[in-house]
Design a protein around this ligand. Structure first.
Ligand code: NDP
Length: 238
């Protein structure tokens, strides 16, 4: 049975990835930070293993990795999805907020990846996916730090794909556009309508749209795909 660890999956895109993979017969573990009730509910619904683990914390990641490897024996796929956004002018951004964003998105990806790589390398197989953003591809005003984090993940993905390809491990990114999750809750109905109008496919994305792309890239159908970013944005960025 294929096994996966999905980070930051109590809600939104991550939760949908867990549902998708579990529905396809994968054994799934996922991490969360604060939404304990939602995490428990998802675990009950899908049979997945919920682990409280802050993706900014090296010790917690080491412990979570041990728990997953103990329960599953091996992990075929890592999806680093945990993420938050910060909106505002760069000149107003506190240093701690910059550090916090990089700690979650980039250092979190590094720590989770480093923790699982030895077991993937010893089996000469595995798949690693980072959830990035169209803003990492083209940059967003008022989300400069967030754009920088997502661009950093794309660079990391490319380097790692070259480094671990000879060990049979594929590394890719899925880059969502506007996806209607809690991350969008600050947007008014008018703001959302304006985004719909900017999107060639004429709607906001759903978490399920991203989960479909993730399950494809993790599947054997994508066996010769590595070092790539698959954009799921309805054509908003082409
Ligand atoms: P949500 O805000 O809906 O969910 C975020 C998830 O991340 C929650 O499960 C949350 O857990 C978890 N999380 C937050 N901080 C931590 C942490 N320190 N450690 C572990 N888990 C954490 O976001 P989305 O589902 O919308 O976003 C998921 C990913 O997709 C992010 O990386 C985001 O940048 C990216 N993305 C989203 C887009 C969108 O439009 N929604 C567009 C492009 C990219 P808890 O609630 O338990 O704290």
């Amino acid at each position: 049975m294929k096994t996966a660890l999905v980070t930051g999956a109590s809600r939104g895109i991550g939760a949908q990835i867990v549902r998708k993979l579990a529905g396809l017969g994968w054994r799934v573990a996922f991490t969360y930070l604060a939404s304990e009730e939602a995490a428990k509910g998802l675990a009950k619904e899908t049979g997945a293993l919920a682990i409280r683990c802050d993706a900014r914390n090296e010790q917690e990641i080491a412990a979570a990795t041990e728990t997953v490897l103990h329960a599953f024996r091996h992990v075929d796929a890592l999806v680093h999805n945990a993420g938050t956004a910060w909106t505002g002018l760069l000149q107003d951004m506190p240093t701690e907020t910059w550090d916090d964003l990089f700690s979650l998105h980039v250092k979190g990806a590094f720590l989770h990846t480093r923790a699982l790589l030895p077991s993937m390398i010893s089996r000469q197989q595995g798949s690693i996916l980072y959830i990035t953003s169209m803003w990492g591809e083209v940059g967003a005003s008022m989300e400069v730090g967030y754009s920088a984090c997502k661009a950093a993940l794309m660079g990391m993905m490319k380097g790692l794909a070259k480094e671990v390809g000879p060990s049979g491990i594929r590394v890719n990114c899925v880059s969502p556009g506007v996806i209607d999750t809690d991350m969008m809750k600050g947007y008014s109905p008018e703001d959302k309508q304006a985004l719909v109008e900017e999107t060639p496919l004429g709607r906001l994305g759903k978490a399920e749209d991203v989960a479909q792309a993730v399950s494809f890239l993790l599947s054997d159908d994508a066996a010769f795909i590595t070092g790539q970013t698959l954009s799921v944005n309805g054509g908003m960025v082409i």
